[in-house]
Design a protein around this ligand. Sequence first.
Ligand SMILES: *Cc1c(COP(=O)(O)O)cnc(C)c1O
Length: 371
Amino acid sequence: MDEILVTRSSMPDIEEYTNEIKELWDSHWLTNMGVKHKQFQAELESMLGVKHVALYCNGHLALENILEALGLPKGGEIITSPFTFASTTHAIVRSGYTPVFCDIDPVTYTIDADKIEELITEKTVAILPVHVYGNICDVEKIAEIAGKHELKVIYDAAHAFAVSYKGKSVAGFGDASMFSFHATKVFNTIEGGAVCYHDDSLEQRLKDLKNFGIHGPEEVAYVGGNAKMNEFCAAMGICNLRHLADEIKKRSAVYARYRELLGGKEGLTLCPAQEDVTPNYAYFPAVFDKAVFGADRDEVYKELEDNKVFARKYFYPITTAFDCYKGRFDPEATPVALDISKRVLTLPIYADLALEDVDRICGIILSLSKT
Ligand SMILES: *Cc1c(COP(=O)(O)O)cnc(C)c1O
């Protein structure tokens, strides 16, 4: 039996890609905001319905750059949640801010908006919530809190590309939203990312940050770094964007099959569909309660692994429990996040995952159930 990984990168036909990059062999223009970069950026702006999209070599640097571009007072506190990928917390810390951890909602696993206000202090400068698994945060409540306390809101939307809420792309919420186009995401540019924002005045600063602050051949106006998306990645994005709707449709069939086979099983919790949300079926998390189901997350993980099915413990450990943050942050301060992280398993999901494989995966999981 072939092994099944948690995800499998979407790729266009090789002919489609080679056709897309042919121009680059003619022009020898491989990076630095060339034709592919410009075209891809324009396509995203129109698809997402946002005024500005800045393309990046990865999502993480997009996040660090928008944090810097916003010019928030250094040393300020940023309210976020620890049930996320390392990038979110690292970006805050590496940018010179102090993350303040809010617990997560026990149903959507996104930041618990009802617990944000009690964490706000004189030093709070922003809120950085994560649309975990493509589940949308309580964007209305977060906007209300941010408005009341004059805080910036930056969404880590790495999981939520192509997700919309009440007919609007998630890209438009908050002051800025970051997407990751990493190979493992629903939509990829091999490596890549973007930040979407509304404020015109951020445009030049983001350009400076991703291209050394160079304004002209003899003019360097800002101490910037390098985080540009190159032409080959932009070309991959242009190709993959053509197939995105189809990929998501195929994912939805895999998702539906999982729900059909695992839904309603005692001791096994799945994420409910969110009202008014058009999902992207990015992940399929399942949370196990050993006392009821009969096996814990680690036992399920191991049994799948023994059958060459490689699920992932996203997100375990929570970022506050990382070795690099030992003694600095307290994992116990967010009990819901801590609990879910110990019981969650994200199951394989990608467009080309065969429904028979989903059946097999569910069979392995259910074989461990005592009910
Ligand atoms: C993937 C991911 C990132 C970082 O994106 P890269 O493109 O890999 O740098 C940030 N946050 C979350 C939640 C992610 O899943």
